[in-house]
Write a protein that binds this ligand. Sequence first.
Ligand code: HEC
Length: 201
Amino acid sequence: MPSRFLYPRCLKFMLSCLLLVTALGQVAAYADDATYTTDLGVALSPSEVSPYEITIFPSGKNLPEGKGSVKQGEGLYQNHCMMCHGEEGDEGPAARLKGSDGWFSFSDPLRVLRIDKYPILLISVGSLWPYATSIFDYIRRAMPHYAPKSLSNDEVYALTAYILYLNDLLAKESVLNEETILDISMPGKQRSVSAWPEIEL
Ligand code: HEC
């Protein structure tokens, strides 16, 4: 190869090596220095974090005090939820809240037949979700869709109770609170026990 091609190539290669070594040196220096910070932002105090720390765990951890009945939930549902989730909770257009065990998994060999039998009850909160506490968590943080976090804890308990009632998981005269919600046994959990191990939190 003529040298007029070789020299620039050599130079380029050496420059690349130099850059790489410098970069690696920087990374190693940061990794070594455990106290390295970006000096961006400010540390939040626990009181600033707590409004966002609202996750409710299957064990019941973080459940607020409160109570609500199926009956109260029915009224709330009609005012705040029905327009999107349907009169009975399974008409849509938004996600189905009332479910059947008509169909569960993509690997179900009888899926096509089951879809035929239950045309719209494909997946719902009632048939799929393994923990009633997750219904509370979801409604409180996300619903109604146009005004998330606008409901009181009592209202969320009532709406959770009503959805459980729609799914035949709670009697019509029941009241749900931070203790009774833990007694609810969801079919979604029984279906896939091995996939949902008990988590102690
Ligand atoms: C403006 C329409 C609208 C209203 C009103 C509304 N929702 Fe929803 N809801 C949705 C939509 C859209 C989704 C799906 C959101 C997504 O998957 O991101 C949803 C999802 C849900 C889910 C989870 C369903 C799933 O399988 O993932 C629950 C539970 C729920 N809503 C309950 C309620 C309750 C209770 C109310 C009344 C307080 C309510 N929604 C009001 C539109 C609405």
